[in-house]
Write a protein that binds this ligand. Structure first.
Ligand SMILES: [Zn+2]
Length: 278
């Protein structure tokens, strides 16, 4: 009987192969947040590339958010990169004009603002450093939760993006999600089993928006064998049926990064932040 670690790695390996996440010559930046999910994604990607002898360059990438906990988070990321034995690139969001303490005071959910900042820098910096792809720790539970929320909210078009490989286009770099078939609990068990350090709460705001939906997914997974993988296969098939996004991206008037609006969400956020009194 295969061990948990072997089964887990096998599932992630199958996602990498089935969806052709890696190609020879790829330069992949692995976004590490200090948490279990991105740590697990990075570990298995590195293992896959070494075992299969693929010519891929892997680099760990971390964004320091400048929060009180960020120093500790960065230390854990350093340990993770050391265990993965790959180089680490870090950046400070403050260098891009972001002040999280002020952003937290804006009348909009902090998690959505943080998402804008991360997506922006996770695209800009790796691309400028010659990366071909960015890998993230998004996992099955994230997609299943988004899926339910999108169905309830009637935002079906988003579901088209629920794939393990989101191709790049123009200045938008390709994104890969090797944990497409595994969930949060499995990632935690995997990190604990292989002794990969991680922070329980890499984000001090995480408690605000997580919670009940993840518990619902966890409950379903506990009642229905292979729930996550089968659900994700279904969602990926549905995503293929949806019309491709027709929205054309243009360059932000202020910074030149890809956006669907005149001024990109990141530049608008930084502008709004400037108006917050300190
Ligand atoms: Zn911009």
């Amino acid at each position: 009987m295969k061990s948990f670690v072997e089964r887990y790695e096998g599932k992630v390996f199958r996602v990498i192969e089935k969806f052709k996440l890696l190609r020879e010559g790829d330069k992949v930046f692995i976004a590490l947040s200090g948490g279990k999910d991105s740590g697990a994604a990075g570990y298995v990607l590195v293992k896959y590339v070494r075992e299969k002898g693929i010519d891929c360059e892997l680099t760990a990438f971390h964004m320091n958010l400048g929060l009180p906990s960020s120093k500790e988070v960065e230390e854990v990321v350093k340990e993770q990169a050391k265990k993965l034995n790959i180089p680490l690139v870090t950046c400070n969001v403050a260098d891009y004009g972001v002040d999280m303490a002020k952003i937290a005071q804006l009348p909009r959910p902090i998690c959505s603002s943080c998402g804008v900042i991360k997506r922006y820098l996770m695209n800009k910096i790796p691309r400028e450093m010659g990366a071909t792809k960015v890998a993230t720790g998004h996992h099955a539970d994230d997609f299943i939760v988004f899926f339910f929320k999108d169905i309830l909210g009637g935002n079906f078009s988003w579901i088209a993006k629920f794939t393990p490989l989101l191709p790049g286009k123009g200045k938008s770099i390709a994104r890969i999600r090797p944990l497409f078939w595994v969930g949060g609990r499995e990632n935690k068990e995997f990190c604990d089993s292989i002794g990969l350090p991680y922070l329980e709460d890499a984000c001090p705001y995480a408690h605000l928006e997580r919670g009940k939906w993840y518990e619902i997914v966890e409950y379903m997974a506990s009642k229905q064998p292979d729930f996550r993988r089968r659900m994700m296969i279904g969602i990926a098939k549905l995503a293929e049926l949806l019309p491709e996004e027709t929205q054309t991206l243009r360059e932000c008037e202020k910074c030149g990064e890809p956006t669907s609006t005149k001024v990109c969400a990141f530049c608008r956020l930084v502008q709004a932040q400037k108006e917050v009194k300190s």
